[in-house]
Design a protein around this ligand. Structure first.
Ligand code: GCU
Length: 597
């Protein structure tokens, strides 16, 4: 009896998830990878009967078992292999009319063979899955991930077999009050395996993560770290920058961590000259390469300094809506089209709203010399008092920073958009800001804050959150939700803070091709009128150091049903969902050209 009790106690210690998981692998480029993109078998499961039994208890015999009838009398009520397929990467909403409005669970299954080399480890890497993903390999749970816009990976070294593997992912995009984002957003809740899925092979001890960049405020001093994962943690690490004739060696400590610290005379990354260096990180058991830009970013008084010189961020907001075809954007081509249009506008900056976009966007911005504001979806009215919600937001922030911390283009981390004033909200956001600063002290912190009228013609920025930010962000819709376009002419802006302001949203809707006089809503002329008055107002704000109007292209939103005008599209784009430029595009382009001179 005693023995039985002891055995049960021991078994309780064995985690249900078989593999001990390590954090995000910093860089999979140059590693042996196998793409799992393409057609996946899927089962639409609105009642989650593949997960719960009829007593709404999690079943041990769910769809993750990918079971097959063993005899003619065997009862199995699902079959992935005769079920419909969906493309991965891709949202499910735009792949089937049946799923356009669908919010719930879809099961994905992919079969693969993989002959793993000895002394190697294997991971399955997801660029993103919206929103809650339960991941199984060969019937075993390997992990769960919450958050629709950040990457995650799970180790499958011990579970993978040479042939006949089946990877099953339960993806649930149901909105929840306690989630991040919460129930209400002004963007489409595209569900699914929305970004790439791949297998990543590494040596037994490998370069797991690293941060290599110029120290804040210095244009020569490179600081950072390299972290090994595996058994052989004491190693020599060499950083090579062949083009600069540079090679520096450091030693890891017992935890596999090496502090990186050296001086170098490097060409600095900037929009005018987005210089990227090939950098090699060599350990005794592994090597990774990356293309890194070196630049510094600071806020001093009301100025933003790039490489020590004041800069004006003339930009635009972008949603991750696929250009021309609609749906969640995910590819390098999508990124090139969207950022190409931003360049055409004369932008040196983009605000990627309201969640971390795919890695192609960030790497293209690095290559094109476009500065990036990257944000987590702490949007509108989050459950501030809920500790699980805070932990979730912190985790999304960690993952965003983990993936993009080595990208020169990313200069601003934003922790929130249009969140209502309260003490609970302030302590929630302060917690996120200090978390971000602990992970990355080199970048600027911001958020789209609240502002208010102190009289009919004066807007005041004194949101207490401003105290904890480096750059103030403010959204305003003077001329659309707030009066008519010419109202902007009377407006004066004041701030309680000696800090730079980025007007992080302004604009109005227009249906491309809809014409009328400048005061007729939904026409290109009305939108053009808004921009003309806005630009005149913005030019008068002494502490304004950036603009990112709302928004580069029309994007889908379930909050926009107006027939023959919106049809579930937010029409504030300067470019339509078919790639057509509206009149306001050229108004802004002209201003940005002036700023360039
Ligand atoms: C808000 C919000 C956006 C939204 C926009 C709009 O300010 O931040 O997400 O889409 O306004 O109303 O069009």
């Amino acid at each position: 009896m005693k023995l039985l009790i002891l055995l049960i106690a021991l078994l309780a210690l064995v985690p249900t998830v078989r593999a001990q998981q390590i954090g995000l692998i910093a860089n999979t480029d140059g590693r042996k990878t196998v793409s799992l993109n393409g057609q996946w078998q899927t089962i639409i499961d609105p009642y989650e009967s593949g997960y719960y039994n009829y007593r709404y208890q999690p079943s041990d015999d769910g769809y993750f078992k990918n079971a097959k009838p063993k005899s003619k009398s065997d009862l199995i009520e699902y079959d992935f292999d005769t079920s419909a397929t969906l493309n991965v990467p891709g949202d499910w909403n735009t792949q089937s009319d049946q799923l356009f409005f669908y919010e719930g669970t879809v099961w994905y299954k992919k079969s693969f063979d993989y002959a793993r080399q000895p002394n190697t480890r294997l991971f399955v890497y997801f660029g993103a899955a919206n929103y809650l993903a339960d991941v199984y390999l060969n019937g075993e749970k390997i992990g769960q991930h919450e958050g629709g816009f950040t990457p995650f990976n799970f180790e499958i070294t011990k579970l993978v077999r040479d042939t006949g593997n089946f990877l099953v992912v339960k993806v649930d995009n149901k909105r929840r009050r306690d989630a991040v984002p919460t129930l209400m957003t002004d963007w489409w809740n595209y569900g699914g395996l929305t970004r790439e899925v791949k297998l990543v092979e590494t040596p037994a001890t490998f370069v797991h993560d690293y941060l290599i960049q110029l120290e804040k405020g210095s244009r020569q001093h490179v600081r950072g770290w390299v972290k090994l994962a595996g058994e052989k943690l004491n190693q020599k690490i060499t950083i090579r920058i062949p083009e600069a004739g540079l090679s520096k060696t450091f030693a890891t400590d017992n935890n596999g961590l090496a502090a990186i610290d050296f001086n170098a005379d490097l060409k600095l990354w900037s929009p005018e000259n987005p210089k990227l260096y090939e950098v090699l990180i060599e350990a005794e058991t592994d090597q990774v390469r990356d293309r890194l830009g070196f630049r510094t970013i600071e806020a001093r008084g009301t100025d933003i300094l790039l490489n020590g010189r004041p800069i004006f961020l003339h930009g635009v907001c972008i949603h991750e809506e696929a250009p021309l075809r609609g749906g969640r954007a995910y590819s390098r081509e999508d990124a090139q089209t969207l950022l190409g249009w931003a360049k055409e506008l004369g932008a040196n900056f983009v605000r990627l709203a309201h969640y971390p976009h795919n890695e192609f966007m960030i790497r293209e911005a690095d290559r094109l010399g476009i500065l990036v504001w990257s944000e987590i979806p702490v949007y509108w009215t989050i459950q501030w008092e809920n500790p699980a919600t805070l932990e979730n937001a912190r985790n999304q922030l960690s993952e965003m920073i983990a993936r993009d911390k080595n990208r020169a283009a990313v200069v601003i981390w934003s922790v929130a958009n249009e969140t209502p004033l309260s003490d609970a909200r302030l302590s929630f956001l302060k917690n996120l800001i200090s978390h971000a600063r602990s992970l990355d002290p080199s970048r600027l912190m911001s958020a789209a804050m609240e502002r208010h009228y102190i009289n009919d013609t004066t807007q005041m920025i004194d949101d207490p959150l401003g105290e904890y930010l480096d750059v103030l962000g403010c959204n305003e819709y003077v001329g659309w939700y707030d009066g008519l376009p010419e109202k902007a002419d009377q407006l004066e802006w004041r701030s309680k803070y000696q800090k730079p302001l980025v007007m992080s949203e302004f604009g109005g809707d227009a249906l491309y091709g809809q014409h009328g006089d400048a005061l007729t809503r939904w026409t290109e002329e009305y939108q053009e009128n808004i921009y003309q008055h806005q630009i005149a107002m913005l030019k008068k704000i002494p502490f304004l150091r950036g603009t990112s109007p709302w928004i580069l292209t029309d994007f889908r939103s379930p909050r926009r049903p107006l027939p023959n005008i919106q049809d579930y599209w937010n029409r504030k784009g300067l470019i339509s969902n078919r790639g057509e430029k509206k009149k306001a595009f050229y108004v802004l382009q002209q201003w940005y050209r002036e700023l360039h001179r």
